[in-house]
Design a binder for this molecule. Structure first.
Ligand code: GDP
Length: 660
């Protein structure tokens, strides 16, 4: 049986989605949203109910044509040409109308419901499908009138445009897609206008505004979320059809899921001969994103960002998903919003792009962000025009701030400069105190404590491993550990080094990072420290399991813990006659000690462990070498090192359990 989406039917019947949803409800048709599909005979039922409602006699059948309008019945199997002849137009005209509407259907193709809608509006006729069987007539007779009742309204709540972030693996076409959308969907009056880069841009699709955040990728998204700010309403996940799912694709999915943001998938590069969109669908299904056409509820659109194929449809889907979210804001209250980008401009001083979330920001307003404040001296929109006001979901660049705020900082309007000043100095003081006695995020040691306090901790873990095999083994064993008191949830998993983005995700979702035979890069370590994220590094799977289990049982035993002494980078490899190879190193952090335990790390993955046997400064053997100095090293029974490998020196110390 063929199907039609509720919103498509709404269009066909010139109803709003909401009206149609009400009608369906009154007919006891169970649909979740206007994105849901219904059988075409149910659609027919609706249509008939509407016709009855419009005053026609009850039980009317299709052959009784209503007096005011000419209704043409089109069989399900009809072709475009047949439909054209029913309409009294030439097949060529029908095809032309379809092509104009973006439907590439030849004259001998079957008309689907969408095409039917296009033809109906192109030729000003009402087209409908035949009723199948007599079964529905009864229902029609007894169908109650659509109620038309409307939802209670907030004070001054009005719909606001959605704010969309484009995410996905590098080179899958995020930038190309954003560029194409911006180029082709400029504001009405400014066709060909050039978008300024201010960090976010507004495009217009069928008179609906959509705001895109310019920074593709999930770093910015997660950085904001780690600060507790969320601007994104919808995530568009770009996956190249020739490349399939890649690590960053999966990361992006997890970031969006963790934030509870709906995902629309754009399967890109379908113009390429080796594009395999169905393989992408399969891979996404494996990640829990099942395409609608396969019975799931993830919207997936095939696109070519380069050629512009499918982009219109993608924008339409964004608009529809936004409509589902019932995004509302009150333009009349005091303005508040979020900083998306900020920089210090030589001429203009601090410049920040903000998105207004509530209220209307006006030139001259005094705004207070988290680390700075200022009077809005000027505002520019994404076309570089000076504007005086900015309502909800409007990105604007503002000038006049006292300092450069961080992306993700919230701002609001305050009444007096004085209030802004006082708050800033108070906040600075609070921050200083907080830094001193920082409340850390959850550590493994605290899990049991929480349980004791009667809380049910959700142990969120982020797993990074050297190879896929160990990842799977680890995941499976950890999932088995969940008990009644504690849920274990893996917010993200992946192969390779622990990156900044991993730590940000862990921070945003209060997760502990478990690294198995991998290391954090230095940025990641720095951020983990700043954000209070615990990173635990392991070399044996059983140790991970033991620790997690022990934490769950409150038995985290004294543990032999390693203490990292320092890191060095291999900058040159020398062959020394007789004694083999020597690594010429530069100590980047901490110190190197002779006889220390070391591990060699290549691209974030541990590939050898052993002992540092020889440590030299120039020709001399030395006991230790500190950061900032060069040295020569060789290792016990190991010579397979290369330039750019990292040497990490550590010692084992006994650490007390810190539960008490
Ligand atoms: P990003 O890293 O995700 O922002 O990817 P880019 O937008 O920079 O695109 C990476 C490469 O893929 C560029 O060379 C683009 O020209 C190319 N590309 C992007 N979209 C398409 C597409 O739809 N079809 C084809 N054939 N190439 C594309």
């Amino acid at each position: 049986m063929s199907k039609i989406r509720v919103y498509e039917l709404a269009k066909l019947l010139s109803k709003t989605n909401k009206e149609l949803m009400e009608i369906l409800k009154s007919l006891d048709v169970d649909v979740k949203t206007h994105m849901s599909s219904i059988d075409t005979d149910v659609a027919q039922l609706v249509e008939d109910a509407l016709r009855n409602d419009a005053g026609a006699s009850v039980g009317i059948k299709e052959e009784k044509i209503s007096t005011s309008e000419e209704r043409v019945i089109v069989a399900y199997e009809s072709t475009v040409a047949e439909t054209a002849s029913l309409l009294g137009v030439s097949p060529a005209d029908a095809v032309k109308a379809l092509v104009t509407a973006g439907l590439m259907l030849p004259a001998n193709a079957k008309v689907d419901d969408k095409a039917l809608g296009v033809l109906a509006s192109a030729f000003g006729k009402k087209l409908s499908r035949p009723v199948s069987g007599g079964e529905f007539e009864k229902t029609v007779e007894s169908a109650p009138r659509p109620t038309g009742k409307s939802a209670p309204k907030g004070a001054h709540l009005v719909p606001r445009p959605p704010i969309v972030t484009v995410m996905g693996h590098v080179d899958h076409g995020k930038t190309t897609l954003l560029d194409y959308i911006r180029k082709t969907n400029v504001t009405e009056s400014e066709a060909g206008g050039i978008t300024q880069h201010i960090g976010a841009s507004t495009v217009i699709h069928q008179n609906e505004r959509i705001v895109f955040l310019d920074t593709p990728g999930h770093e910015a998204f997660t950085a904001m979320r780690a600060r507790g700010a969320q601007v994104t309403d919808i995530a568009v996940l770009v996956v190249a059809a020739d490349d399939g799912l890649m690590p960053q694709t999966i990361e992006a999915i997890n970031h969006a899921k963790a934030a509870g943001v709906p995902i629309i998938v754009a399967i890109n590069k379908i113009d390429k001969p080796d594009a395999r969109p169905d393989r992408v669908r399969q891979q996404l299904s494996d990640q829990g994103l099942v395409p609608e056409e396969w019975g799931g509820d993830t919207i997936m659109v095939d696109v070519s960002a380069k050629k512009g194929l499918g982009v219109e449809q993608l924008l339409e889907m964004i608009t529809l998903v936004a409509e589902l979210g019932e995004l509302r804001a009150d333009p009349t209250v005091d303005p508040e919003g979020i900083v998306v980008e900020a920089k210090l401009d030589k001429g203009k001083g601090p410049v920040a792009t903000v998105i207004v979330q509530e209220g209307t920001l006006m030139r001259g307003d005094i705004v207070l962000a988290e680390t700075t404040w200022g009077r809005v001296r000027a505002m520019l929109d994404d076309r570089g025009n000076f504007v005086d006001t900015a309502g909800p979901s409007t990105p604007v660049e503002i000038l006049g701030l006292d300092g450069v705020p961080q992306p993700g900082e919230r701002f609001r309007k305050v009444a007096h400069e004085r209030e802004a000043r006082d708050t800033i100095s108070l906040q600075a003081q609070i921050r200083r105190e907080e830094d001193a006695t920082r409340t850390k995020r959850l550590t493994l040691e605290e899990v049991y404590q929480q349980m004791q306090q009667g809380e049910t901790p959700q142990l969120n873990l982020l797993l990074k491993c050297d190879v896929q095999g160990s990842l799977e083994a680890l995941r499976n064993s950890l999932m088995k550990l969940a008990t009644n008191e504690v849920g274990t949830f893996i917010v993200h998993e992946g192969v390779g080094r622990i990156s900044e983005s991993d730590v940000m995700l862990a921070a945003a979702s209060n997760a502990i990072v478990i690294g198995f035979n991998v290391r954090p890069d230095s940025n990641a370590s720095r951020i983990a420290e700043r954000e209070g994220v615990q990173i635990r590094l392991y070399r044996v799977i059983y140790d991970v399991i033991d620790d997690v289990k022990a934490a769950l049982e409150g038995m985290l035993a004294p543990k032999l813990r390693e203490h990292i002494l320092g890191q060095a980078e291999i900058r040159a490899v020398f062959k020394v006659p007789k004694s083999g190879k020597v690594a010429g190193c530069y100590v980047t952090e901490g110190q190197m000690k002779r006889n220390a335990k070391v591990r060699l790390i290549r691209e974030g993955v541990v590939f050898w462990e052993g002992t540092l046997s020889v440590l030299k400064r120039f020709k001399d053997d030395v006991r230790e070498v500190a950061a900032g100095y060069e040295c020569g090293m060789s290792f016990n029974n190991f010579q397979d090192f290369r330039e750019q490998d990292v040497v990490e020196a550590y010692e084992i110390i006994e650490e007390k359990r810190n539960l008490e």
